[in-house]
Write a protein that binds this ligand. Structure first.
Ligand code: N01
Length: 537
């Protein structure tokens, strides 16, 4: 590649692969940089035991590859990590995208030159690129959160993080394993690790509500019907609230009798997946009373599934509304605690004091371990962007601009940072949606904006402060009409010490958001300051 391109894309997951392909096909000089040694993004890094997608396989794929859509086998309801990675590798091969990426390249600095309207992009291990535009496709959950626990370096055993799991097999057989964290990653990994380890100790800070995935092989007749109607399912997903083509319900949990409510919850529990939240009642995330009925139902299930009443009580979430922290889907999570080789440590009662050479010491004593697994999540949404060390016009740093929380226009653009676009950035549906639907919408929208700029001879594009303020206020206002802000969740930045507490994604719905973005495009991109070109790349 030449060292100066029209567009540089960072990341080779769903978002980056699509963005590079779209721009290459539109005739731009585009290049991608990726920290991993191959494509896959999230699915390249998160290889922990039990890693699997919580979106059903039928709609966790690209919608613009009709032949691949027909030929790709749909086998299990929820695709496992290796299957999704294979899919993204196949897409890379099919679209001949390898040649458009430089792998093993982690970007550690982006600097905008206001005189030339060009970005300089620096690789952590050297290498420098120049581009008119930069599109970040770095994911929302890619900056791992590693809590600073005193003594962590002194541990004599092996330390692992779910978000950076080794590529070679990890043998946990005969080992005493400790898992810190019971979010979606921990809840997937714990039942599998329990079957491998000699003993598993789970260190839980906050009990989680989790729903049964009810994973299993798909009925071939359903797959055939689905494949016959793919365009219609895709259309419904794009217009839906969460990027999932479920038929929404218009019934409030308060409108029906207790018996009917229970019957609906029971049916959804049996069916598995997000039917419980999306298909039962329309106000679980809006009305405290309705929410309490759903929470009580799940609490009851925990009591039925876990043999030891004391352990069941520790696993029972209290103090925040159900679904306000991202609900994981599990396969045998609660019953794992019935195994004789699994024990649960309640960190609320006995917090971790330190890690020693021998294991984890809580205020109640030392747990001797051979392996510690951090399932402690991510610095979500903003972390992957601030890690790029972005310096905008006037030398302003993104970390400073966002010291009180991110302010974006539509989640794709940031005032003072011209010619920079963020796929699934803060302020967009991103993590509260089925990701491929949202990355596709952004890649298409940003691609069309760049085509528009090229046609108009525009060299510099920047979100106005007013547009970003209005949008960010709208994002907060929509969130405050729901129960979401009631939980100390990573949606709120609450999992990272010192991170500002603002609601990060847009919960106004994928379909509504798409319409707003389409309206902006159709009106000639109000909210952006456009500067005609002086220089050519
Ligand atoms: O991370 P999390 P995750 N001491 O932040 C605990 C997506 N995802 O990797 O709740 C002790 O949810 C923390 O405790 P608390 C999905 O969007 C998708 O599990 O903060 N504990 C919590 O229990 C998901 O939501 C899929 O009190 C500490 C856990 O660690 C997101 O990724 C699969 C601690 C972290 O949970 C993140 O999930 C997996 C400390 N110092 C993930 N710090 C699929 O689609 C944190 N914790 C399949």
């Amino acid at each position: 590649m030449s060292d100066t391109v029209d567009v540089l894309v960072i990341g080779a997951g769903f978002a980056g692969l699509h963005m590079v392909y779209k721009l290459r096909e539109a005739g731009f000089a585009v290049h991608g940089l990726e920290a991993g040694s191959g494509p896959g993004g999230t699915w390249y890094w998160n290889r922990y035991p039990g890693a699997r997608c919580d979106s059903e396989v039928m709609y966790y794929s690209f919608s613009f590859l009709p032949e691949l859509e027909q030929e790709w086998p749909l086998q299990e309801r929820y695709p496992a990590q290796p299957e999704i990675l294979r899919y993204l590798e196949r897409v890379t091969e099919l679209l001949d995208l390898h040649k458009d990426f430089t792998f093993d390249t982690r970007v550690d600095r982006l600097t905008f030159d206001a005189d030339t309207n060009l970005w300089t992009i620096r690789g952590e291990a050297g290498g420098e690129w120049t581009a008119r535009f930069v599109v970040t496709a770095v994911g929302c959950l890619s900056a791992a959160n590693v809590p600073q626990i005193p003594g962590a370096d002194s541990f004599a055993g092996r330390t692992l993080h779910t978000a950076a799991w080794p590529h070679e097999p990890v043998d946990l057989g005969g080992k005493r394993v400790g898992v810190i964290g019971t979010g979606a990653s921990g809840i997937q990994a714990i039942p599998v690790i329990a079957t491998q380890a000699a003993h598993l100790t789970v260190f839980q800070r906050t009990a989680q509500f989790t729903l049964p995935a009810a994973n299993g092989p798909l009925d071939p007749r359903m797959v055939e019907l689905w494949k016959q109607n793919y365009p219609e399912w895709r259309r419904r997903a794009r217009l839906s609230s969460a990027g999932i083509p479920y038929t929404p319900t218009d019934v409030s949990a308060m409108e029906v009798t207790a018996e009917e409510r229970r019957a609906r919850y029971e049916a959804a529990w049996e069916q598995g997946g997000y039917q419980f939240g999306l298909g039962t009642f329309n106000d679980i995330l809006l009305n405290e009373e309705s929410n309490a009925t759903a929470a009580d139902f799940v609490r009851g299930k925990i009591g039925e599934l876990v043999d030891d009443p004391e352990v069941a009580e520790l696993l029972t979430p209290r103090g925040y509304p159900i679904a306000t922290k991202r609900m994981p889907l599990d396969t045998g999570y609660y019953v794992t605690y019935n195994r004789p080789n699994v024990s649960l440590v309640d960190l609320r009662r006995s917090p971790i004091e330190e890690i020693t050479e021998a294991g984890i010491r809580t205020t109640a004593g030392l747990h001797e371990l051979d392996v510690i697994v951090y399932a402690t999540g991510f610095d979500a949404l903003t972390g992957p962007l601030t890690a790029l060390n972005v310096i905008g016009r006037n030398g302003s740093a993104l970390t400073d601009a966002w010291c009180e929380g991110p302010r974006t226009y539509l989640g794709v653009a940031i005032p003072d940072f011209p010619n920079l676009f963020t796929i699934t950035g803060p302020g967009s549906p991103s993590v509260v949606s089925n990701m491929p639907v949202s990355t596709e919408q952004h890649a298409e929208w940003i691609g069309n904006l760049l085509i528009h700029l090229r046609e108009q001879g525009i060299e510099r594009v920047e979100a106005t402060r007013e547009a970003a303020d209005q949008w960010t206020d709208h994002v907060q206002q929509v969130a405050s009409g729901t129960l979401y802000p009631r939980a100390a969740s990573w949606y709120m930045g609450a999992n990272i010490p010192g991170k500002p507490r603002v609601f990060l994604p847009y919960v106004g719905g994928v379909g509504n958001y798409r319409k707003k973005c389409d309206d902006v495009a159709a009106s000639g991109y109000p909210g952006f300051a456009l500067t005609a070109g002086r220089t050519r790349v």
